[in-house]
Write a protein that binds this ligand. Sequence first.
Ligand code: KIV
Ligand code: ZN
Length: 404
Amino acid sequence: MIRERIIVFDTTLRDGEQSPGCSMNLDEKVRMARELETLGVDVIEAGFPVASEGDFVAVKAVAAQCRVAKVAALCRTAEQDVARAAEALKAAAHPRIHTFVATSDIHLQHKLRKSRQEVLEMTRESVRLARDFAEDVEFSAEDATRSDVDYLCEVLSVAVDSGATVLNVPDTVGYTTPGEFSQLVQTVKQRVVGERQVTISVHCHNDLGLAVANTLAAIEAGARQVECTINGIGERAGNASLEEIVMALHVRSDQLPFETGVITRELYPASQLLCAIVGFEVQPNKAIVGRNAFAHEAGIHQHGVINNPLCYEIMTPESVGVAANQLVLGKHSGRHALSLRYAELGFQLNPTELDAAYNSFTALADRKKRIYDQDLISLLLPPVRSRSAKTVVDTGVSRIAATV
Ligand code: KIV
Ligand code: ZN
């Protein structure tokens, strides 16, 4: 089957960094950019150079660092913004200028205080100017999903006529739904792009928890670039999560015949590096990279996974760079996982001993949130306990974690 290539545009260092508590210093941005290149993203949006001297310097450093991925710099549709972005990208091997202006009446009236005609002119001027500096120019119509569709198409057409190579349709406030967004992308494809060599991009925010679903719907409708972030960080509820989009395309390639250049086993290391840089973890149940994404506590599930992980896992932990799945021992666990953990600790229990240990274990798990290996050992009756010569060290790397 022929799989069409989806361009992965990572904006962790720009939109992601704009979220509360996620700011990064120069070294951290460069380290993260290196990781993103290793991960295999196609475009790294490094920052918004006119916003601050720090952002300018960071974009410059990332541009000098990355030789494979394209490096994008964001700018408004204003002359000094575009010039600053171009300046920051001077050392880039593959520079992209990304210029944007809002197209919804709400933004025009209450934020920009500009007429529709003025915004059309700003688009024309800024894309033309950007093309003087770079071959690769992306134009974004901010708040596209709350814009009048005819006007949106008019602005996007002006952007293409002025030289834009990528047209981005952002769902800036995370308002759209998959069916509606699919329609919008199809409209842009038919009415603006036609036969022209222009890539349609989407940029979805997660205010209704639909960012990834909207992105996938857009791909099916013709978008060939997706904008996303590691761990889904970004303004407010965040951006579409890169790891979720990539793995949805990977795991469900039967439904979604597309491919990316992302090396999936680098997803978890990239997620972990970002957590270390920003200083907080993702939620435990976060898809793909959360602590519980490959953890099983319920006895029925543990039994199934022990027999064959396929019972409850649709991808292997190794495929995303996680060392192994985990069977977590808690009040929902069964004898299979408990017996396996005792064996790992050096105790081979006969059925009667296992029954006794299991009864004590469930009683303890009802009272205690965290159960450690030492707890498990203390549950054993003295003759059984003294049978193992093994020294118990809770390394935390066991597949079976005696921790709820
Ligand atoms: O959310 C948004 O509209 C943006 C644009 C600048 C692309 O971040
Ligand atoms: Zn955004």
